[in-house]
Design a protein. Structure first.
Length: 100
């Protein structure tokens, strides 16, 4: 498990993909869009940087899933879209980097 600080991701993903996120948003895309529309550009870029660090840390997909839930408080399961945690995080990073 990673010991690095993931403060931006904890705020971004943990705040929007909380345990009841599906009651607020109809999809992960709408939650990510809400993040992009609500959070400062600097925070989004910090989150993208933390995703790079996380993906570069050689964690297995299961370990990434553990980090998402236990460290970030992100209760979205990428498997519901047929994606691995790594694939989903790459999509999120791309969205954060190409925000308005």
């Amino acid at each position: 498990m990673t010991s690095q600080k993931l403060n931006a991701l904890e705020q971004l993903l943990g705040s929007y993909f909380h345990q009841d996120w599906a009651e607020e948003f109809d999809s992960d895309k709408s939650a990510i869009q809400a993040i992009i529309e609500s959070e400062p550009k600097e925070q989004l870029l910090a989150g993208a940087h933390e995703i790079d660090e996380l993906l570069g840390s050689s964690l297995t997909s299961d370990e990434l899933g553990e980090v998402l839930i236990n460290k970030l408080g992100c209760y979205f399961d990428p498997a519901t879209l047929g994606l691995t945690c790594e694939q989903w995080l790459k999509k999120v990073r791309q969205e954060f980097q190409h925000q308005h």
